[in-house]
Design a protein around this ligand. Sequence first.
Ligand code: ADP
Length: 321
Amino acid sequence: MAAMAALEAELAAARATIATLRGEGAADGAVPHQKELEEKTKALEAANQELRSLTQNLDQIVRQRTRALAESESQLKRKNVELDRLNRMKAEFISIAAHELRTPMTSVVGYLDLIVEGRLGELPGDLRRPISSLRRNAHRLKRLIDDMLDVSRLETGRVSLHRAPCSLNDIVSAAIDEFKPIAGAKRQSLEGRLSDVPPIDADSDKVHQVVSNLLANSVKYTADGGQIRLSIDVHEGQARLRCWDNGIGIPPGLQARIFEPFSDVHTAKHHTSNSPDSAGLGLYIARGIVELHGGSIRVESEEGRYSEFTVLLPLVGAERS
Ligand code: ADP
């Protein structure tokens, strides 16, 4: 750039000289010496030549850079295609593995339920504890397999929603009834604040799954004797569900992460129940389901004080996104 400026200055000076020679600028009309004129002309030609070669260099550099840019762009495209392929393979692998595991697991869980409930005969006393532990872990495995299936269906766009007008009030009431005994076992109060919300345009089973996940988390991450509250109302033309608890809360920096897969942001020692830890897929699945409905989910929390999850879902008649 400095070289260009110097050349331009030199050019300007040469132009001024020519102008003077032509008598355009010379006030006294004096004609300079022929030699001086030749020197200036030569300098001008040299400067011109240098300018041309600089321009050529510049052109070459620009061409080289453009080629390199195009190459890295096509490399990036190839890598993206490869990444896509690997991602699809991963989803397919998870899907196949989960499908293959589910059938035998259903039978294992079913038999263990029958054994623990004593429907296949009385269990010897010393086997009760180990068999109960076996059953708990089998249920845990089955939940994990079900979650993996949900994730792979969501990621490959294979979740079909059976949407119909349904009552959020009914869904939430049913979930509260289901969780009352579990919360009761931890002496937690589980309160429903239900107002009349017009029908939502949703797959009621899937919404039930979301509500259950939120409630299960509230029970899990709230200490014995804590409070859990579910409320529903209409907010800015959408149905709003809020699940609040005064549990351990979530650190601010980690609040966005909990909607990612495998996102247990609390170490096991913070868990307030003896139930086995899950894989951290619940909220990822919940978000997938809610977004598939055209809704949204978010969290507000203060560590050590409370967590509140808010889900917005479209009412019947709202335009589908
Ligand atoms: P998990 O099965 O581990 O509960 P989720 O996807 O449902 O997985 O939740 C992800 C993480 O978010 C949890 O592991 C926990 O760290 C945090 N979390 C979820 N709900 C709550 C809550 N109500 N209170 C505190 N932390 C929570």
